[in-house]
Design a binder for this molecule. Sequence first.
Ligand SMILES: [Zn+2]
Length: 195
Amino acid sequence: MQAVFDDYVAAAGLATELVNTAPGVWHGEDQLPDDATLAAFVGAYGLSGDGDLAAVHELRDRLRAVLDLRDEEAIEREASVLVGRGLGTVGLEPDERGRLQWIARPAADATLADRLALIGGVGVLGALRTLGPERFRDCASDTCSGVFIDTSRPGRRRYCMPDLCGNRANVAAYRARQKASGGLPDVQRQQRPPR
Ligand SMILES: [Zn+2]
């Protein structure tokens, strides 16, 4: 995967997915516990793992700190540091359809963590420039500490992992309604905003 400035959606998606593999989001269970899972994760993005697992974990923490920011200037500043860490050259290159795109290439000696920093940083800056800092959000699930960059067109994404956290929240709301209709005060139903 290259860091294409106009395709910040894919890069921001990688940033979101990477930070949400952290043990803090999974009640202590790291989703990138070894070189094999790291290789599979980055392989899905066309990158190859080169065994610097600890460096990727450290980068993941740094990227999480950026996604926790809500101030435009701070996001810009910290994401630029990540871009600078992996950047080799910037230039125009033709895509598959022959149209010229701004491409950021990693430095020749960039490690996997450096390359992830470059791509994640480009994703953050692209989302910030196009969509604004309000698209950097906490997961709406009460039981999840994940974060995400909402790059959807309507901008109404609520969960860091929609399939997982969204379903979990729906199940919890359903159980609360069941419990409430069993004779207990229907506080949760009254207080919950319409979906
Ligand atoms: Zn979540």
